[in-house]
Ligand binder design. Structure first.
Ligand code: ATP
Length: 199
């Protein structure tokens, strides 16, 4: 699964349609402070399903839409498309390329597309589950996250390693199973009480 390109229009500082192409191997994006490097990773996180605008360094949803400059009017929508080569069929069994698109309007209304076909955020999350690209994955680590990891307590750091190692999902499943077992125990006690009353 290879990242092919990122297309942005109206997203933060990218007012005009901008296409970032990724070749196989490593890609470095360099530029002066404030030129929009982190906005590129914010765009990726957003299209991959990030719903908390604070994680994208904004306060409210419309902060991710181009806000205008002295010479240019603000835009009414932001749109980002992330295209993957899917020749290994990891994301979808039938598609050669997978293009995820997310659009937001100033009204706060959002739209999602998989290969230009309208879908729900849930469908994108389901597509990405277990690929290492899900919303809570460590595929994208922002500057603030690096500081948080370095300053975290050992217990908090362990949680991060558990997430990366894929253990967190099993822990969640275990907690859910224990909750259900507890519920079943309580139901069994109730049945035993009812039976005792009937005897
Ligand atoms: P640094 O190297 O300092 O980390 P950077 O290259 O990562 O900087 P970003 O943080 O990606 O830069 O971009 C910040 C720029 O994006 C600022 O100039 C800011 O004004 C602009 N910006 C952020 N949101 C919007 C928006 N909604 N509309 C227009 N411009 C925006």
């Amino acid at each position: 699964m290879q990242l092919l390109r990122l297309e942005l229009k109206g997203f933060k500082s990218f007012a005009d349609k901008t296409i970032v192409k990724f070749s196989p191997g490593m890609t470095a994006i360099v530029g002066p402070n404030g030129s929009g490097k982190s906005n590129i990773t914010d765009a990726m996180r957003w299209v991959l399903g990030e719903s908390n605008v604070r994680q994208l360094r904004g306060q409210k949803a419309e902060d991710i839409i181009f806000a205008g400059t002295e010479k240019r009017r603000p835009m009414s929508t932001a749109e980002v498309t992330l295209v993957f080569d899917n020749s290994d069929k990891r994301l979808h069994p039938d598609l050669a390329e997978v293009a995820l698109t997310r659009r937001i309007y100033r009204s706060g209304e959002s739209e999602f597309y998989i290969n230009k076909k309208a879908c729900r955020l849930k469908d994108i999350q389901a597509l990405l589950a277990d690929t290492g690209l899900g919303r809570d994955s460590m595929a994208i680590i922002g500057q603030n996250r690096v500081d948080a990891i370095l300053n975290s307590k050992p217990e908090e750091r362990r949680l991060i390693f558990e997430e990366v190692a894929g253990i967190a999902r099993f822990k969640m499943n275990k907690e859910e199973s224990l909750r259900r077992m507890g519920q079943t125990d309580r139901n069994m006690e109730r049945v035993a009480d009812l039976m005792a009353n009937l005897e």
